[in-house]
Design a protein around this ligand. Structure first.
Ligand SMILES: NC(=O)c1ccc[n+]([C@@H]2O[C@H](COP(=O)([O-])OP(=O)(O)OC[C@H]3O[C@@H](n4cnc5c(N)ncnc54)[C@H](O)[C@@H]3O)[C@@H](O)[C@H]2O)c1
Ligand SMILES: [Zn+2]
Ligand SMILES: [Zn+2]
Length: 364
């Protein structure tokens, strides 16, 4: 029997989110219904509701979640009812050209549920990143459920489902930061702060946190930043000079742009050492363009990378990071600025906008 539960939707561009009844079908073949326990508020949810991702309104928001598998459809072997899982947006297909070449982290045909969740009038919902977890229950592809140690609280575990994984992975997977490297992270919200934590885990020697907000920089220091730069009012040269000042005049080996604007990208591009790496993990909005002298792209060498979901493989990375958290080596609790109820998502966007939180986490 399809179930009617509460869910947070964005109906149109710029209008505030609404808490409404949604209909969740029984899981079909390869699908699972998950009782959501916690779901973090990610900047990408705000991008969705502002129409910055696409125009497939209405969206069912929320995608950084953990919960308990309630039921599974035919042929599902990887999880069973009662399993504690983190939801992921990279259920790899195993068949596409990337998967076949042994690079499943680039899978081009990731799985989502086949059936649609709907409004009570039958209108189909577009779940954010194929998840939609600001809801009591959600329908996903079974491969989107990654089992982890249930000793971890759901509020913390869920964060690995998007922003924290994206940040840690941008540093350690895409940027390949290692022992003794220097790294700068531009924008230390949930994603950037996680890149800082990932860099510490990987043994980086210098970790430079850059933000416009001193509160974010203070948290970054808690998570392992060795230097901070408040870049308010500074142009590209100002930020680049500040990075060079703490890297023997050369720039950082890796610079992560966790904002995703032309000005922050330029800071990253020029703030890295010759032959260094830029990792873009912040998501630009469609109207933004970048202009760079091509001779500088050539002459500075190195690599310019983008990081989708921190190049993670959920089955490999989620259980490992939860284990490291449980050993006390990855302070994921620091990311949970507040827990809120499901009717406070709009207020959480507002707080995110004003830099008051790293993550607001909806508890269900
Ligand atoms: N690539 C991925 O897979 C992936 C996954 C999740 C989120 N994201 C994206 O990452 C970005 C960050 O997400 P978040 O949840 O951390 O957002 P957030 O709002 O929590 O953090 C953004 C931070 O950037 C700072 N900032 C803004 N403009 C700045 C500037 N010009 N210079 C320096 N700092 C600046 C803000 O003060 C804030 O601390 C978003 O664009 C989001 O969509 C990408
Ligand atoms: Zn694939
Ligand atoms: Zn996200």
């Amino acid at each position: 029997m399809p179930q009617t539960v509460r869910g947070v939707i964005a109906r149109s561009k710029q209008s505030p989110v609404e808490l409404v009844d949604i209909v969740v079908p029984d899981p079909g073949p390869g699908e699972a219904v998950v009782r959501v326990q916690a779901c973090g508020v990610c900047h990408t949810d705000l991008h969705y509701r502002e129409g910055g991702i696409n125009d497939d309104f209405p969206f069912l928001l929320g995608h950084e979640a953990a919960g308990i598998v309630e039921s599974v459809g035919e042929g599902v072997a990887e999880v069973q009812p009662g399993d504690f899982v983190i939801l992921n947006w990279r259920a790899v297909c195993g068949q596409c050209r990337a998967c076949r070449r042994g690079r499943p982290q680039y899978c081009f045909a990731t799985h989502n549920a086949t059936q649609k969740m709907t409004l009570t009038d039958g209108t189909e919902l577009s779940p954010a990143l194929g998840i939609g977890a600001f809801a009591d229950k959600t329908l996903v592809a079974a491969g989107q459920c990654t089992k982890v140690d249930p000793a971890a609280p759901a509020t913390v575990a869920g964060l690995l489902g998007c922003g924290v994984m994206a940040g840690i992975g941008a540093a350690i997977n895409t940027g390949a930061v290692g022992r003794g490297d220097s790294i700068a992270v531009i924008g230390c919200g949930g994603v950037g702060a996680a890149a800082v934590a990932g860099a510490r885990l990987a043994g980086a020697a210098k970790i430079i946190a850059i933000d416009l907000d001193d509160r974010k920089l203070a948290t970054a220091v808690d998570l392992g930043a060795t230097h901070t730069i408040n870049s308010t009012g500074q142009d590209t040269d100002g930020v680049v000079d500040a990075i060079r000042a703490v890297t023997d005049g050369f720039g950082a080996d890796i610079v992560v742009d966790a904002v995703g604007r032309p000005e922050t990208y330029k800071q990253a591009f020029y703030g890295r050492d010759l032959a260094g790496t830029v990792v873009l993990v912040g998501v630009p909005t469609p109207e933004l363009t970048l202009e760079l002298p091509l001779i500088d792209v050539f002459g500075r060498g190195g690599s310019l990378k983008s990081s989708w979901y921190g190049d993670c493989l959920p089955s490999r990375d989620f259980p490992m990071l939860i284990d490291i958290y449980l050993q006390g080596r990855l302070p994921l609790d620091t990311f949970v600025s507040e827990t809120i109820s499901i009717d406070e998502v709009e207020a959480a966007f507002e707080k995110m906008h004003h830099g008051q939180v790293l993550r607001s986490v909806v508890e269900l």
